[in-house]
Design a protein around this ligand. Structure first.
Ligand code: OXD
Ligand code: MN
Length: 585
């Protein structure tokens, strides 16, 4: 396709002059091109074929062992003023970042091919879709972008001669962790990423554009870019309720989005609209309408099985790029938690055969990259150009104690407080220690492109603009009893919490007020057919005032980080919580 966009041509020329690639390839997004990219990688050893009989179109990529996750300590928001990046982002002055990275990019593509990847975030022809252009020297990135986005000519057509786009320059560089920088320039709407080939750092449509840059664009334009799955719940009357849900990385977003309802016979089904990101706009009806900007899933594999997530298993049966899983001699991928014993001999994610069994065979953050359209539970509305109307927003985290199974906020402002104080025990999706409690407001802490305190204010402002706002909830599937056993079965059974939320939204479900919000009244949860341990439900819904007084102190410390950017309304919510706790038993 002829490139008629002058600014785009100019930017690509500038990048080529800087990086000095041997050749430049403009990606058209065709099937044929994808096959060529795959072949190139098979030839170079960047991909290993899996059994084409059992997993047609599936390949394994082994990343460099030092490059297996997002690197939050090397991720920077390069706003002009440090204050605008806020206390929870790393900041670098734009000029400093530019000169540092210009030196790194200089000549970095010598001997390599430069791929120009035009892509669309959002359904084609949606008024909410946006164009990005990624320049990369990684065939793995170019191929993955074709799965994760609407890539190639489709994006150039939307761009036309003068449309706007978010430029992103990426090079794997030398994969040196000390020379790894993921830089965002929110005012310029620009991304520069150097030194990593890992998805979250290198597939620039996802975290870097659709969250960090888009959150800044959304604030300026009056919409929301959130780290949320989108799901559709149908009830026995056939009525559909859409939820958006924010959980920190690797807390089961993909599982919840693809939930298989054990109550299908009773008429409750769940369908998937998106598993990671929601772009939400206020409709003429005063409701919030959400599109999934992505076209594929980049999901965590360990723990995924036919029991835990049959829809994900079916999705990754074909046309999938696996990253850092283990593999059998006959090309069957394997990971911890797959509901089959490991085949022997097994080659582990680092390519060591046989697997010694001393370390996990698959990296804990190993991933599958697969087209969303292949998901058996994909909603027939997942590409609706106007999006789907959101009636409930769910926040959640992984908490062994303190947090009940499900809580409804008293109102929008209180819901923003629930989101702003969300906490979770950390997982393997980012480098750093696992199992440490960290507050991750709206699951956006690593993904907000500006000051988190201002982001809270923006949420409050959006609430005022929504004449028909969604109800806000908080869930915790991970509460444990005194012996450390999970109290709630989770997975498909989570539909029962969704059904209660749906009933609340419809003004029917019964709730009991507690100091922290509304929990299901006794008998309000549909528990038919569920084998819960005696007392488990009571424990799951318990709000322990003493524990919560300690929690309130921790929230106060958390809020203190935001200084005078913390909206007064949230400080007031904390005071109100304490007042309610003071009078509670
Ligand atoms: C992801 C993440 O990869 O949140 O989705 O880390
Ligand atoms: Mn995510």
């Amino acid at each position: 396709m002829k490139i008629t966009h002058a600014r785009l041509r100019q930017w690509v020329d500038e990048c080529a002059a800087l990086c000095q690639p041997d050749t430049i390839h403009w990606c058209d997004g065709s099937e044929q091109e994808y096959r060529w990219l795959v072949q190139e990688m098979l030839d170079s050893g960047a991909l290993v074929p899996l059994s084409q009989e059992i997993h047609p179109g599936c390949y394994l990529h082994r990343s460099h062992p030092n490059d297996v996750a997002r690197v939050e300590n090397r991720t920077f928001i390069c706003s002009r003023r440090e204050e605008d990046a806020g206390p929870t982002n790393n900041w670098m002055a734009p000029d400093e970042a530019k000169s540092l990275l210009t030196a790194l990019f200089s000549g970095c593509m010598q001997g390599r091919m430069m791929y120009v990847v035009p892509y669309l975030m959002g359904p084609a022809d949606s008024p909410f879709a946006r164009v990005g252009i990624e320049i990369t020297d990684s065939a793995y990135v170019a191929a993955s972008m074709r799965v994760m986005t609407r890539m190639g000519d489709i994006a150039l057509r939307q761009l036309g001669e003068a449309g706007s786009f978010v430029p992103g320059l990426h090079s794997v560089g030398e994969l040196d962790p000390e020379r790894r920088y993921i830089c965002h320039f929110p005012e310029e709407r620009l991304i520069w990423s150097y030194g990593s080939g890992y998805g979250g750092n290198a597939l620039l449509g996802k975290k870097t554009f659709a969250l960090r840059i888009a959150s800044a664009i959304a604030r300026d334009e009056g919409w929301m870019a959130e780290h949320m799955l989108i799901l559709e719940l149908s009830d026995p009357a056939g009525e559909k309720t859409y939820f958006a849900a924010a959980f920190p990385s690797a807390c089961g977003k993909t599982n919840l989005a693809m939930l298989v309802s054990p109550l299908e016979e009773q008429g409750y089904t769940v369908r998937t609209v998106g598993d990671d990101i929601a772009w939400m706009h206020i409709g003429d009806d005063g409701r919030l309408w959400a599109v999934n900007p992505e076209a594929g899933f980049f999901g965590v594999v360990p723990g995924t099985s036919r029991q835990t997530n049959p829809n994900a298993m079916a999705t990754m049966q074909a046309n999938t790029i696996f990253t850092n899983v283990a593999v059998s001699d006959d090309g069957i991928p394997w990971w911890e938690g797959k509901d089959e014993p490991p085949p022997t001999p097994l080659t582990d994610w680092k390519g060591r055969r046989p697997w010694s069994g001393e370390e996990p065979a698959a990296h804990p953050n190993s991933r599958f990259t697969a087209p969303a359209a292949q998901c058996p539970s994909i909603s027939s509305h997942w590409e609706d150009v106007q999006g789907v109307p959101i009636s409930g927003i769910i926040f959640g985290g992984r908490r062994a104690h303190v947090m009940p199974l499900v809580v409804e906020a008293f109102d929008w402002r209180h819901g923003v407080f629930l989101g702003a104080t969300m906490a979770s025990e950390t997982t393997a999706a980012a480098t750093g220690a696992s199992g440490v409690l960290r507050r991750d407001p709206m699951a956006m802490l690593p993904f907000c492109g500006y000051h988190m305190g201002d982001y809270f204010s923006y949420w409050l402002k959006m609430g005022k603009r929504l004449t028909n706002p969604p109800c806000l909830f908080h869930v915790n599937w991970f509460r444990k009893d005194e012996d450390g056993r999970y109290l709630w079965p989770g997975f498909g059974e989570n539909v029962r919490a969704l059904i209660w939320m749906r009933e609340r939204i419809a003004g029917r479900g019964q709730a009991t007020p507690t100091p922290i919000g509304l929990v299901p009244a006794p008998d309000a949860l549909l528990l038919e057919g569920l084998d819960l341990a005696p007392d488990a439900l009571r424990e799951l819904l318990t709000v322990d005032a003493a524990e919560w007084r300690t929690e309130a102190n921790d929230i106060e410390r958390h809020f203190a980080r935001f200084g005078d950017h913390l909206p007064q309304a949230l400080a007031d919510e904390l005071t109100s919580l304490r007042v309610r706790l003071a009078t509670a038993k």
